[in-house]
Design a protein. Structure first.
Length: 109
């Protein structure tokens, strides 16, 4: 997973969105660092933008992490590659999560 950073937020809202940009395959064996980062951000009450453009594979454990994070904080998924978009659509997660074309769009979401 690449470095994550806080992006400028709405100063009136008092929160800084956390941008998280994982890369590669995300499955049961590789999900630990992302789970830790998303849990930390959710515990802090931050808006989380998941920049998904670097994800090459994701399984049901990744979907479960997205849904559990969505329940805990404002999760926005951005720049979803075609194979991940198909998975989200097949299982109906795209109807539950906030999905944006770009991370920039998600920040203003």
């Amino acid at each position: 997973m690449s470095t994550q950073h806080d992006a400028p937020g709405d100063p009136l809202a008092g929160e800084l969105p956390r941008i998280v940009a994982p890369h590669g395959d995300l499955d049961t064996d590789t999900l630990g660092p992302l789970r830790h980062t998303l849990t930390e951000a959710a515990d802090a009450g931050q808006v989380v933008v998941l920049d998904a453009r670097g994800i090459t594979f994701a399984d049901s454990s990744f979907l479960n992490l997205l849904l559990s994070t969505h329940q805990r904080t404002d999760l926005r998924v951005a720049a979803v590659p075609p194979q991940l978009a198909r998975l989200l659509r097949i299982v109906g997660v795209d109807q539950v999560l906030k999905v944006y074309t770009t991370a920039e769009e998600a920040l203003t979401g």
